[in-house]
Design a protein around this ligand. Structure first.
Ligand SMILES: [Zn+2]
Length: 237
């Protein structure tokens, strides 16, 4: 069996979209269609950011109502997706973006990896979310007491190495950790924030697609930190 070395744009996006069907509900009738045939969100980057802030406030207040499942809610989403934000978050089980921002199916396009860093696959996913699905906002979300960041501090201070591929996971966080050093000490909170700033900068640096969209003021890339104790997200913009 052989594979063509070059996937056509149509085939690539068809393949990606098949596992990620979601909603266009409430996004109006923009003539610009996403690859799935669903109208893109009409929210601006600022409006999308405001929506995330409102959702987090509802989550913290405890009055949040995350849309339920059931076929009445699920099946209408099968025609396509038009998320209003791309979120890069940590794999930590306490930080699910859908819950933290009180959002439902089809609203967020999410990339999660321990330490919320971005490799080539993540950059490609972000580009897909922005350029194909039309999300106007890219949010990088670190969190307090992040284990991956603490591992990077341990690597920096004690030369610790971790089994398997964990070193590869931690390495991209090291520059931020070293930059956050103050008077010979490392504070996890400072390193978490520095890592968010690094990843936010790296996205535009690694992706001309995103950089051009940002320059055209069609997309914003914003950093944030989720606090495990309070549930609040501190937006860095
Ligand atoms: Zn984490």
């Amino acid at each position: 069996m052989s594979f063509s070395p070059v996937l056509s744009r149509r085939n690539l996006f068809g393949t990606l979209a098949c596992g990620c069907a979601a909603a266009a509900v409430g996004f109006g009738s923009s003539p610009v269609l996403a690859a799935s045939g669903v109208a893109r969100t009409e929210l601006s980057a600022d409006a999308a950011l405001a929506k995330l802030k409102e959702g987090n406030a509802a989550f913290v207040a405890g009055g949040a109502c995350t849309p339920a499942g059931g076929t009445a809610h699920i099946s209408p989403l099968a025609v396509g997706q038009a998320p209003f934000a791309v979120v890069i978050g940590c794999s930590d089980s306490r930080t699910p973006p859908e819950l933290v921002f009180n959002t439902g199916l089809g609203e967020l396009f999410i990339i999660r990896v321990a330490g919320n860093t971005v490799d080539a696959s993540a950059i490609g996913s972000i580009e897909y979310g922005v350029s194909v699905l039309g999300a106007p906002l890219v949010l990088v979300m670190g969190h307090s007491q992040c284990g991956a960041v603490q591992a990077a501090i341990q690597m920096a201070t004690e030369g610790t190495h971790f089994p398997g591929s964990i070193d590869d996971l931690v390495q991209p966080i090291l520059p931020a950790v070293l930059r956050s050093r103050h008077d010979g000490h490392y504070l996890v909170a400072d390193a978490v924030r520095a890592n968010v700033e690094d990843v936010t900068a790296r996205i535009a640096a690694a992706s001309p697609v995103v950089a051009q969209a940002v320059a055209a003021k069609k997309v914003r890339v914003v950093g944030s930190v989720y606090d495990l104790a309070s549930g609040k997200v501190d937006f860095l913009a």
